[in-house]
Design a protein around this ligand. Structure first.
Ligand code: NIG
Ligand code: FE
Length: 413
């Protein structure tokens, strides 16, 4: 057996190697793992998994004693708005006065403010900024990430954002899923004519596909943004152009975006805070993953959270994500999201780990490469300053990562 690195004495080694592509319903209560495990790799590919006892007979030039620490697959963040110009701390006072998120948007702030900053930013500046945030996401244990455009809202600036994602993918070698979110808001120039704006965005599908700039198309289906009918038409065109689809669904007002995502066979329906009871129960009969973003509810200062328990009890698959963006969730800390999932979504610790590994990978169609530890797969591995898997959702607000290995190489701290 070929090995260049071998981790031994992994107190709990979560392999997450379910028999199925992801974990739905009750299955989210199970964590495939090895007690006192060992894992080894060669040239970034996993070549051994077993117990520390079994690893004793192996020869390896670099044996690392994990001293009983928790070891898991690299986490998958299936929903971020990674590339943007500027920031929005100037809106703090409005937030504190209780001006609602959609009202700030209606007044021309919010997403519109970030659109202006993103349009004005050079490719290089956007790249440097996104690379900085990406490095911070990795520092919290994330080795696979999804990144959306959506702060250009016109051809040149949308393509600029997608090109940044493509270059980050090439330069870092990281698993990055790219999503075209040209339908993120109605730009001021099209205020009276959202349909022609959507036609313009749909007009980019062919070029995006040809240049391999994105695998997914997403839309913000929300009151005052895009209606159910507009979302349906837009995403049907996206599917015809060969994309998989996602929806920012029922984030603030219950419009039925969740039902639409399931009807369209979307890879995921995201947010779902205001999803109807009927919609929540539909995930059990569907392969659409419910991507929940409790950091957004927290940061929008809302009282009610997405109904994770009902989705899981109804047989559905839940994933968790940061929703990292400059407005509704300015954080790269997926571990804080795991804390919120425990406290506010009432998810069990087993469900939480499934939600940030296999289910998150499924939501971004990376389940063949990410989210589980298995011979032949990338050595995307995290060693945690934690004695067991419950400890990470429990001890909140700090970073528990000890070491992140990306394709076998230790990530810079
Ligand atoms: O997922 N709701 C729409 N999009 C983002 C927020 C974007 C922003 O405020 O800049 C979200 O919450
Ligand atoms: Fe989002």
């Amino acid at each position: 057996m070929q090995l260049d690195t071998l981790l031994v004495n992994c107190g709990q080694l979560l392999t997450m190697d379910h028999e199925t592509a992801h974990a739905k319903g009750e299955q989210m209560g199970f964590l495939p793992h090895i007690q006192d495990g060992a894992i080894g790799w060669k040239d970034g590919i996993i070549t051994f998994i077993g117990t520390s006892e079994e690893a004793k007979s192996l020869e390896c030039p670099n044996v690392i004693d994990c001293q009983g620490k928790l070891v898991t697959p690299g986490l998958v963040d299936p929903h971020t708005h990674l590339v943007f110009g500027g920031s929005r701390e100037h809106e703090i006072a409005l937030k504190q006065q209780g001006v609602p998120y959609l009202e700030i948007l209606r007044q021309g702030g919010g997403i519109h403010s970030t659109v202006e900053a993103t349009r004005n930013a050079s490719f290089e500046d956007l790249y440097e900024k996104a690379a900085f945030h990406l490095k911070r996401l990795v520092s919290y244990g994330i080795t696979t990430v999804e990144a959306k455009s959506g702060y250009g809202l016109e051809k040149h600036a949308e393509l600029k954002q997608l090109e940044v994602v493509k270059k980050l993918k090439e330069d870092t070698g990281m698993e990055i899923a790219s999503t075209f979110l040209g339908a993120h808001a109605i730009p001021k120039e099209y205020k009276e004519n959202p349909d022609s704006f959507l036609s313009e965005m749909a007009g980019l599908f062919e070029e995006i596909k040809e240049k391999e700039l994105a695998e997914f198309v997403d839309i913000f289906c929300e009151e005052g943004v895009f209606t159910i009918e507009q979302s349906k038409r837009f995403l049907q065109l996206a599917k015809e152009a060969g994309f998989s689809v996602k929806i920012h669904a029922d984030e603030i007002v219950s419009l039925g975006g969740t039902e639409l995502a399931i009807e369209l066979g979307a890879a995921s329906a995201d947010h779902l805070i205001a999803a109807s009871d009927g919609a929540v129960g539909m995930f059990g009969r569907s392969d659409t993953v419910a991507v929940l973003l409790p950091g957004t509810t927290f940061y929008l200062n809302k009282d009610s959270y997405a109904k994770a328990r009902e989705i899981i009890n109804g047989g559905g698959a839940v994933a968790l994500a940061t929703d990292f963006n400059p407005g509704s969730s300015p954080t790269e800390n997926i571990q804080f999201i795991m804390n919120l999932a425990m406290l506010k979504l009432k998810m069990t610790c087993e469900e939480i780990w499934n939600a940030v590994t296999v289910n998150a990978a499924k939501a971004v169609h990376k389940d063949d490469v990410s989210g589980r530890l298995k011979i032949g797969r990338n050595a995307d591995v995290v060693v945690w300053n934690a004695p067991n898997y419950q400890y990470v959702p429990y001890h909140y607000g700090v970073n528990h990562v000890h070491t992140v290995f990306q394709k076998g190489v230790e990530a810079a701290k």
